[in-house]
Design a protein around this ligand. Structure first.
Ligand code: IVH
Length: 652
């Protein structure tokens, strides 16, 4: 059957279809087009099917998911230069043995605990492929995922073919803020995040990347390589330089003591000879280069005594244990408190007061109780009542909860603190907040806007000057972006990132708060528990929110997020596109905020050459637009001439 007839038939049939059937048909033709590159109907017919679906089921998730879908390829990539590992050593003696064999001139960088990644860029400076280390000779292709990491440029600042190596990791601040309760360490989480089948999932994790090696033309030293990396648009780990082995070791000690200030996990330092010629002369074994070594920090843990367990009430109502320990020195800091995560840990470790316990700083700044070395005399029992309001606690899984909500003073203080922090109303300390609550001045969030100078100056240690400053801070934040307001409410599961996701989907707060769970579920990244938490939060706190809105003006999200990724850029297509129609490509550019001029001018940003019979890929003929762009580039223009595939990557 001809494409025309088939298109006509389907369009006629679509008029009678139920929403479910139509979803199936749209999905089917979408796949034929994008995945099999074998459409059965023409583009206008497909567009009409989509329009019909919009009419009869405007909330269909399929409508949110049109266009190319990037799935991580499970194919492998051969490393042109093998990715070796590093030889390692522990302690001063072993280190000196290595260093004394080396000529002077070293560079030191933290050894970041993440995953090694090789990025290859083509001559035009576009990311061509990204691969994990794998077995060192070949790794997994994670190109689509790598494009979801903000620190990895899709295009280098300077056009040049090269390979960049570095480490993908998750910052400790992100890990501790979002994932620490559910995942054992940032490295494993980063590995899982990088290998997501649907590359868009990778973005949600907010991974980071540090570049530590440049493989291209030979540069004279490691410091030149690092300068180059920065010029190309990469972040690199902090570096230190040392001449002699003794000097290095001083650095090692200094950095080892500072490691907990870094926002990533490290298990040591990488020490390399500076001069690349000397590196080549020293060569490598089958496994590791001779010119570099990893100095591993000693595992940091200590044994001490558990003196007490305190219970603290979070704004969410979770009541969590904190271990009070006999002060102990761990990597230069005296510690007297350690985290116990949740009530379940007290039970599973069978904790007792007076027990000898092992504390360690495993992935983070906050030390944990690792295990009990020797039991103590008195069993730690879970509290039955909330330490703040005496309400009977509820145990759910590993967590204890106080269900008294903001009637519980500790929770109320937590909610207030969170609100002020997210709204960036600075100057209120936890003590002020507690006092205001105890004086019955702050009962609900909107009371913040009713505070008077007299009320504030009535508090202990609060003069007119500070009180005026606080009132000014409140006044200055009367108009806030919707997403900030939403995040400040502290609805369970709706933090800053989720508030952004939700307000991007529906910028109008009045409309957003009305959405039902099924509407929310079509948003990428919103699952059932988030949707339910949002809906019930909006419902439960309706009057509180209405009251707040009498004082606060919600403004639109700042423009940077409304405009698309192509804002300020222009794209012109030439030749035959193999993956999509020209019209479609233009629409995608426009949807992403870009422009699609009709002819080549010196202000054009990109000329996209279709892959079919492309002169960029084989020996096809250059179109007149292509030649014109090249001619303009010879003079003053800087039009980037890219392939269709590169364009698709830019879009991704
Ligand atoms: S230099 C021959 N620098 O450690 C490899 N590596 O066991 C030269 N790593 O696979 C690597 N941080 O993934 C270097 N600042 C850093 C690093 C680093 C982490 C990892 C890297 C490599 C492994 C070596």
């Amino acid at each position: 059957m001809s494409m025309d007839r088939k298109s006509q038939q389907i369009l006629t049939a679509a008029q009678e279809m139920s929403a479910d059937e139509l979803e199936g048909v749209v999905e089917y033709h979408h796949r034929l087009y994008w995945e099999h590159h074998a459409p059965e109907i023409d583009d206008p017919a497909f567009d009409q099917l989509v329009e019909r679906l919009k009419e009869i089921r405007p909330t269909s998730p399929i409508l949110q998911n049109l266009g190319p879908r990037i799935a991580a390829q499970s194919s492998t990539i051969v490393h042109v230069t093998p990715m070796l590992s590093l030889d390692k050593c522990y302690g001063e003696e072993a280190f000196m043995k290595w260093a004394q064999k080396m000529p002077p001139g070293f560079m030191l960088t933290p050894k970041i605990d993440g995953l090694a990644l090789s990025l290859r860029y083509d001559a035009a400076g576009f990311l061509q492929s990204a691969a994990t280390r794998g077995n060192g000779l070949k790794g997994e292709d994670v190109t689509a995922n790598a494009l979801m990491i903000d620190d990895i440029p899709r295009q280098l600042k300077t056009n040049m073919g090269c390979e960049i190596r570095g480490e993908v990791y998750m910052t400790l601040s992100r890990f501790n803020q979002v994932y620490a309760d559910d995942f054992s360490n940032p490295r494993n989480l980063a590995a899982g995040a990088l290998k997501q089948k649907d590359a868009r999932e990778t973005k949600v994790y907010g991974l980071s990347f540090f570049a530590y090696d440049f493989i291209g033309n030979l540069l004279a030293s490691e410091s030149e390589k690092h300068e180059r990396l920065i010029k190309l648009g990469f972040k690199r780990p902090p570096t230190f330089f040392a001449e002699s082995a003794e000097q290095i070791f001083d650095h090692v000690l200094e950095q080892s003591a500072k490691r907990h200030e870094w926002d990533y996990e490290t298990d040591g330092l990488v020490i390399r000879i500076q001069d690349t010629k000397t590196q080549q002369e020293l060569g490598e074994t089958a496994h590791h280069p001779r010119y570099a070594i990893a100095y591993k920090f000693q595992g940091e843990s200590a044994t001490t005594v558990l003196n007490d367990v305190e219970w603290s009430v979070a704004r969410t109502g979770a009541v969590t244990p904190v271990a009070c320990i006999e002060p102990v020195n761990l990597s230069g800091a005296m510690l007297s408190r350690a985290s116990l995560h949740h009530a379940g840990m007290v039970t599973s470790m069978d904790l007792s007061i007076g027990a000898k316990v092992q504390v360690a700083r495993r992935g983070g700044v906050i030390p944990h109780i690792e295990h009990v070395v020797e039991p103590g005399a008195y069993q730690v029992v879970l509290p039955e009542a909330c330490p703040s309001c005496q309400t009977t606690l509820r145990l759910s899984g590993d967590f204890l909860y106080c269900d008294n909500g903001t009637q519980c003073l500790a929770q109320r203080a937590g909610v207030m603190e969170h609100f002020l922090k997210v709204m960036e109303i600075d100057g209120f300390g936890p003590k002020h907040i507690t006092q205001l609550i105890e004086h019955d001045i702050l009962n609900e969030l909107s009371d913040i806007y009713r505070l008077s100078l007299a009320q504030l100056t009535g508090l202990e240690r609060m003069g007119a000057k500070l009180a005026t400053k606080l009132l000014d801070a409140i006044e200055s934040k009367r108009a806030v972006p919707t997403r900030t307001f939403l995040a400040a409410l502290g609805v369970r599961e709706v933090g800053v990132t989720m508030a952004k996701t939700l307000t991007t989907f529906e910028p109008n707060f009045m409309d957003l708060r009305q959405l039902a769970a099924e509407d929310l579920l079509q948003i990428h990244g919103v699952g059932e528990s988030i949707a339910d938490a949002f809906v019930s939060g909006m419902l439960k706190r309706r009057s509180e929110i209405d009251e707040l809105l009498r004082f606060i003006e919600l403004v639109d999200t700042p423009t940077e997020d409304v405009t698309g990724q192509f804002t300020g850029l222009s794209f012109l297509f030439t030749g035959k596109l193999s993956q999509l129609s020209r019209k479609e490509a233009q629409k995608m550019v426009q949807d992403a905020g870009g422009e699609t001029p009709g002819s080549v001018t010196k202000t054009l940003t990109y000329l996209v050459v279709g892959d079919e019979g492309s002169p960029l890929l084989g020996d096809g003929q250059k179109s007149s637009k292509h030649k014109k762009a090249e001619a303009l580039n010879e003079k003053e223009a800087n039009i980037k001439i890219i392939t269709e595939t590169e364009f698709m990557r830019l879009l991704a």
